[in-house]
Design a protein around this ligand. Sequence first.
Ligand SMILES: Cc1cc2nc3c(=O)[nH]c(=O)nc-3n(C[C@H](O)[C@H](O)[C@H](O)COP(=O)(O)OP(=O)(O)OC[C@H]3O[C@@H](n4cnc5c(N)ncnc54)[C@H](O)[C@@H]3O)c2cc1C
Ligand code: FES
Length: 274
Amino acid sequence: MKNLYKPNKVKIVKTEKLSNNVKLFRLKKEKGEFLKNEDGLVFVPGQFVLISLFGYGEAPFGIASSPYETSYVDLIIRRAGVLTEALHQLKKNDELFLRGPYGNGFPLDFIEGKDMVMVTGGCGIPPIASLIEYIIINRDKFNRAYLVYGARTPTDLLMKNKLEEWEKNIKIVLTVDKPDKEWKGCVGMVSGCIDAIKIDAINAVAIMCGPGPMMDALEKILRPLGISDRRIFVNMERKMQCGIGKCQHCVTGDKYVCMDGPVFNFDEIDKSWD
Ligand SMILES: Cc1cc2nc3c(=O)[nH]c(=O)nc-3n(C[C@H](O)[C@H](O)[C@H](O)COP(=O)(O)OP(=O)(O)OC[C@H]3O[C@@H](n4cnc5c(N)ncnc54)[C@H](O)[C@@H]3O)c2cc1C
Ligand code: FES
């Protein structure tokens, strides 16, 4: 029988400091490539992997790279505690362990043909990044696509080089709480941001990612835009252990975040996620 807990050894082929406490890690399999599923994807954007390092434990991370990329996966990891602190000390050619991908991912069929508003903040960007890579490759299947991305300060905005690249295909609205002198984007989640978003609310879908900005984004951006709850999807972060529906660590209401999520329809979740 296949051992669902058995991880793959992966090698770090690149690290990049994205902010004071966030790093990108590019990981390659020790042997072979990452395998595509029947849809030609390596994973569904929104799915996560479990990363472990001997002596430091294991934790879930969303995948930030393109779901069509077979030779590597990119993870964007914020220093939060024991494991992530140890991961931040690793360098190119160091090895760690990966299992997955797990979870459901974003409902790609449902969002096709619709206008889309993706809202995220801080370190919630990884799963949105892979979704944007998917949208860009399948651009003709989607209508207008917006990314509203907020951070505390301009230096906390991650993936700045990617933002420039994505802007050729989707509209990006950046907002920070504390601007510096050069800042030209929005400040806070103010109505000025949503004036830039032109969608057909009846045929639009919203995707929210990252616990911090969720309620704020919902009330100040998605409700005024008129997107109904059943067209809003959230990517939830809960503490996890097994990642495969066995340990009950991730249960919220009657759902397992690792198996039924991490992407949920806003209608179906217990709203006390913060
Ligand atoms: C589906 C999913 C996807 C995720 N994707 C990413 C990602 O792409 N990038 C990223 O940086 N982080 C991501 N996280 C959060 C990441 O898993 C935690 O930061 C990590 O578990 C911390 O491990 P640690 O051993 O370093 O911290 P610990 O020493 O275990 O804890 C340090 C602090 O972080 C808190 N913490 C631990 N786990 C979580 C969690 N799941 N959510 C919120 N707080 C937590 C603890 O309560 C404690 O206060 C994701 C979590 C989930 C469930
Ligand atoms: S993480 Fe173990 S049941 Fe979800």
